[in-house]
Ligand binder design. Structure first.
Ligand SMILES: Cc1cc2nc3c(=O)[nH]c(=O)nc-3n(C[C@H](O)[C@H](O)[C@H](O)COP(=O)(O)OP(=O)(O)OC[C@H]3O[C@@H](n4cnc5c(N)ncnc54)[C@H](O)[C@@H]3O)c2cc1C
Length: 423
């Protein structure tokens, strides 16, 4: 019997995961429009910017991201080399601080918050009560509501919203509180914070995504015989009696692993995707003349422009470089690159008041970074496409999570399973 042929369209993390899951059972061709693989989690050339390396955005994983970590491990990535693994740490330069203890769940969180700083006993009990209330609400699986509604119903005051819930929701769901899904937030917390201590760990990449993540996975795919075609933007897809035509080449099955705004261009049946709402994420990289001894590898701000700072010194890199993450940057005025850099520099000066301006700055905004994670959002049905031997994969399809790398990888693997089952 000849092996089945499968085209995977899109070399982001959903496409990479799908190709890896298929490659031992099928002849796989991976089409990627860009010059490099990785999609919305890839390296960009630092060129002569003066930076050691640049990614399209600073990415962070948590221990609960089991499938992407398994894929990286399968590709030979040694976790200790690739990541700095930290216990769950909440360190606001202008607010509360706590770190999960090295104890079994739920004691890791209880002890961590009990030992927290810049909050009194009443505050600590308030935060624990709020988390417990969300756990109860989530277990009951009531009809989904926005996080803002949930916070109002549970009388969470403005201070706790600013010190905890807002940075958490912005970072995890990239959606404003008034629109963010409480149920999906509950899923993130249930799997990534409450269930198991190791799952709540935070993993920060030590090097650029291209070198430390994408290249090893591309190497694995090549080893498994996947035909990787970068720089090929698929223009046409037609299902026929004998298979699916991808730009005139016939395949038994096709996995379309594109961001939703690209799916609609290729599949007229998916025109409804054009109405999805997205939010932006901006990453500002600054390089100073001197090292920045940040108090933690990940430092947050409850107020200001930068929400999280990641210093490269703690990662074993150049201590003069720092990345600032601004989720929901579409909600801010349309700053120029220079204005972004100035605003983030002012935030960093709150930690180091005498710090002179940076020597170099680079701002990258991904306007459609992730699809809005709202109560009404349900992934589009795919049965009609499957009947035409076409399967969808992508971060926007996950039934429980917001659009994240883990959602992308899980969805790629699920599409591969459905595809293989159909033979
Ligand atoms: C700035 C930023 C920061 C983020 N931070 C985090 C984080 O900290 N943690 C986290 O878990 N997630 C984070 N995310 C989200 C995460 O990056 C995405 O969820 C994930 O990368 C999406 O992968 P995907 O494969 O579903 O889609 P994509 O990455 O969009 O992949 C689709 C691919 O298809 C290609 N393509 C498009 N059209 C065609 C065509 N016609 N033919 C061939 N190829 C085509 C594109 O070039 C792209 O490579 C962040 C995203 C951004 C933008």
């Amino acid at each position: 019997m000849t092996r089945p042929t499968v085209a995977v369209i899109g070399g982001g993390w959903a496409g990479l995961a799908a190709a890896a899951a298929l490659a031992e059972s099928a002849d796989v061709t991976l089409f990627e429009a860009g010059k490099v693989l990785g999609g919305r989690a890839r390296s960009v050339s630092p060129a002569d910017s003066g930076f050691d390396f640049l990614d399209n955005g600073q990415h962070l994983l948590v221990g609960a991201y089991h499938r992407i970590l398994a894929l990286l491990q399968r590709a030979g990535v040694a976790e200790n080399d690739a990541f700095l693994r930290l216990p769950l740490t909440w360190y606001l330069a202008d607010g509360i601080r706590f770190q999960a203890a090295r104890l079994k769940a739920p004691w890791h969180l209880l002890a961590g918050i009990a030992r927290g700083e810049h909050m009194g006993w009443r505050d600590k009990l308030d935060l624990l009560r709020q988390m417990q209330a969300l756990q109860r609400w989530h277990r009951k699986a009531e009809a989904d509501i926005s996080v803002a509604e949930w916070l109002a119903a549970h009388k969470v005051d403005a201070r706790w919203q600013q010190q905890f819930w807002q940075p958490l929701v912005w970072g995890a769901l990239n959606t404003p509180l008034a629109q963010a899904s409480t149920w999906r937030l509950g899923n993130v917390l249930a799997d990534g914070v409450w269930r198991q201590r190791e799952d709540s760990d935070m993993l920060i990449a030590r090097r650029d995504l291209g070198e430390s993540w994408v290249e090893p996975v591309a190497g694995l795919l090549r080893y498994l015989g996947v035909d990787i075609r970068c720089g090929h933007r698929v223009q046409q897809l037609h299902s026929g009696e004998h298979g699916v035509l991808v730009d005139g080449e016939v395949f038994h099955r096709v996995i379309v692993a594109l961001a939703p705004y690209h799916v609609a261009a290729l599949l007229p049946q998916a025109a409804a995707f054009n109405s999805l709402v997205y939010h932006a994420i901006t990453t500002v990289y600054l390089r100073y003349a001197q090292p920045l001894p940040l108090p933690q590898p990940l430092v947050g701000f409850a107020t200001g422009t930068a929400q999280w700072l990641i210093g490269r010194g703690a990662l074993g890199g150049d201590a003069r470089e720092v990345a600032a993450v601004i989720s929901l940057s579409d909600q801010l005025p349309p700053y120029t690159s220079a204005q972004w850099a100035e605003a983030v520099h002012r935030d960093i000066q709150r930690l180091f008041p005498a710090l002179p301006p940076p020597l170099a700055a680079r701002t990258i905004t991904e306007k459609r970074a992730t699809v809005a994670c709202t109560p009404g959002y349900t992934p589009p049905p795919q049965d009609a496409l499957a009947a035409q031997h076409v399967y969808l994969a992508g971060d926007y399809l996950h039934p429980r999570y917001p659009a994240t790398l883990e959602a992308a990888v899980q969805s790629g693997e699920s599409a591969a399973t459905l595809c293989l089952r159909s033979f």
